[in-house]
Design a protein around this ligand. Structure first.
Ligand SMILES: [Zn+2]
Ligand SMILES: [Zn+2]
Ligand SMILES: [Zn+2]
Length: 137
């Protein structure tokens, strides 16, 4: 604080200097802070399904009710349109059906790397799992 807090903070929507700072809700997918009035407005917009946001992937503006929250495994911010959500999901599923080490297509049986191997969210074929185990224990 002190020297660095001199610059007055402004509402992310109307640009008014902020007395009371209101944090936008997470589901609104907004950055910055809002003044009381804009906060109320946005809450109303959200509840009435009028709020729109750009898709985090392709940038197409959609009503927030038509946007999807990315799955936590994708490790991304923002909201996605249905098309991007679907293709993400498909890509993710495809990635998961291949061994993370050698790229071999995996059947039904996969092997989960041990936590200390630092490969969270990946899966390995039997051969690579054995090799890692031999190397890293
Ligand atoms: Zn405002
Ligand atoms: Zn999109
Ligand atoms: Zn492999």
């Amino acid at each position: 604080m002190g020297l660095f807090s001199r610059k007055p903070e402004r509402c992310a929507v109307c640009g008014a200097e902020l007395g009371h700072r209101h944090r936008p809700r997470k589901e609104w997918g907004m950055e910055g802070l809002l003044c009381g009035e804009c906060h109320v407005d946005k809450a109303k917009e959200y509840h009435e399904g009028r709020m729109s946001r750009p898709c985090a992937e392709c940038g197409a503006v959609r009503k927030i009710t038509d946007l999807w929250e990315p799955r936590w495994q994708w490790d991304m911010e923002g909201l996605l349109c249905k098309g991007c959500f679907d293709s993400k999901e498909e890509g993710f599923a495809r990635k998961r059906s291949f061994c993370a080490m050698c790229g071999a297509k995996m059947g039904f049986i996969r092997y989960r790397p041990k936590p200390k191997w630092n490969m969270v969210g990946r899966e390995l074929c039997r051969g690579c799992w054995d090799a890692q185990k031999a190397k890293r224990g």
